[in-house]
Ligand binder design. Structure first.
Ligand SMILES: C[S@@+](CC[C@H](N)C(=O)[O-])C[C@H]1O[C@@H](n2cnc3c(N)ncnc32)[C@H](O)[C@@H]1O
Length: 186
């Protein structure tokens, strides 16, 4: 009888290949115990591409380096968890320590640049924007850049539209009323 392989089976060589592929693209270390994560996140890609298994997906990426399939794998293995004012201590440090210092250092140019370097769906950049608006930098030239490996999340960030449940995660009522407007019903 021919042996059967399941869609989510990963040969040890391919497991190492996937670990290295993700690490070399985004610097994320996925340890030996992350089989379930690879299986659950890569199985949909295998199905979409009409392949038989994750092993086939690895063969495709190996044969065609730098392709869409390789990018999809990395994107699937990133975790996009975010919410407004995540890690409140950091925002508090920006408000009470960094910003007063920057206001002093940059009082001649009145120019500030911030970079949310793994912005996910944008809550970090918008939280910072709200914090800066609250700091009354009226005649300052302020820019916030948000970037992310995943173009999917950047697209959502650019829209700046959030479900009520996302708004409720981390945003105090006073900031909701002041900076957000309701569009449609969710
Ligand atoms: C857990 S989210 C954090 C979002 C936000 N910084 C926050 O703290 O709320 C991590 C994000 O980092 C992105 N990411 C991971 N490695 C990256 C890299 N090397 N370059 C750019 N983005 C990366 C992922 O796509 C994901 O959206």
């Amino acid at each position: 009888m021919p042996s059967q392989t399941s869609i989510s089976e990963i040969h040890p060589d391919n497991y190492r290949f996937l670990q290295e592929h993700v690490y070399s693209n985004v610097g994320i270390v996925l340890e030996e115990d992350k089989h379930y994560l690879f299986e659950s996140r890569l199985a949909p890609i295998v199905r979409d591409l009409g392949l038989g298994s994750i092993n086939d997906l690895c063969a495709l990426i190996r044969a065609t380096s730098g392709t869409e399939a390789g990018r999809q794998v990395v994107e699937a293995m990133t975790t996009n968890e975010t919410y407004f004012f995540r890690d409140p201590a950091h925002y508090e440090a920006i408000r009470t320590v960094l910003l007063p210092r920057l206001k002093e250092d940059r009082r001649d140019t009145k120019k500030l640049r911030f970079w949310s370097a793994a912005a996910s769906t944008g809550q970090e950049a918008y939280s910072l924007a709200m914090l800066l608006l609250e700091a009354a930098l009226y005649d300052w030239n302020v820019q916030i850049l948000g970037t992310d490996f995943s173009s999917k999340v950047v697209e959502r960030a650019r829209l700046g539209k959030y479900q009520q449940i996302e708004v409720n995660r981390g945003l105090p009522a006073a900031l909701i009323v002041k900076h957000l407007c309701r569009s449609g019903v969710d």
